[in-house]
Design a binder for this molecule. Sequence first.
Ligand SMILES: [Zn+2]
Length: 342
Amino acid sequence: MIEKPDPTTNVISLLSGGDVSKNICEGLKSFIVTTMPIPWELAKGRIGGNPIRIVFVDSMERERVEQQLEELPEFECVVAIGGGQAIDLGKYFSWKRKARLITIPSVISVDAFVTPAAAIRINRKVEYIGKSSPDPLVIDYDLIRTAPVDLNIAGVGDLLSIHTAVYDWEIAAKNGENQYQLHQKTVDQAYKILNSIIDHSEDIRNLTNKGIEAIVKGYMEVNRVCLPEGHYRIEEGSEHYLFYELEERTGRAYIHGHIIGLGIYIMSHLQKNKHERIVALMDKMRLKYQPKDMKIKPQTLIDSLHNLQNYVSERKDLWYTVIDQEAITSEWISCVTSELEF
Ligand SMILES: [Zn+2]
């Protein structure tokens, strides 16, 4: 089914259905593909047409990406196939060469397939560069279901984070910390997105077509709310800040939705914000969030929580959240970590 969503979702057109990527490139005059070996294996027999070049992601460092771009011939269209990095590389090329972008996510673990900017590393630090919109965004349910279930379900992490992030925004407003003025209308829109995800918990758990659609539409709605406002405060708050601390502490990569799930678990507890309810929902959807799923040791998490207030106060770019408001005591840390699985 082809749809023309509201342009503020950053999706020019959306093609969704079973096996809809089949022959999608048939008839395209000159196109390149950005991808990785595993998704390319899955997609190459489906998409039809003859790409003039296939570019595999090997690094997202800007120098390397620019070098790959320079070596490319003229093309009219970029077809980005895969997970976050393959899609971001396609977005970057499409933006730089002003070429049409067709996006075919093979997994929905992160929202790269709908956001305008590409995550590129400059001296190993991620920066968001450029602006592109897919035409069409191809949501092939069968292709997406070939990815590991846990990875696809991880996609709800950045939508369930609305639960803690909006609460943080409300705390900030109550304390007169208004980096971004709180609008009730935006809060209502955010809760509408969250409720739609909750309404589809069973479908998300089973990754039915409706479950996949709920996650994709959830991301598009987040864009519709956030892009005009110029910030993502409705889905980014204290649950992300704990992740930033842990990432810096351990120097490790995490599956984004899983580590955000852990953040939602811990921060909803600190917020006294319907903790049991959101944890029950994460369990119902089979979102992984336990430290044992990410090989985080008890002492690492305890040290991270002890340092969190210090960490956010040094990071001037972070917004006011529950971390600034509530005392993080040893008693609370042992209480909240005692029920987690390591
Ligand atoms: Zn996130």
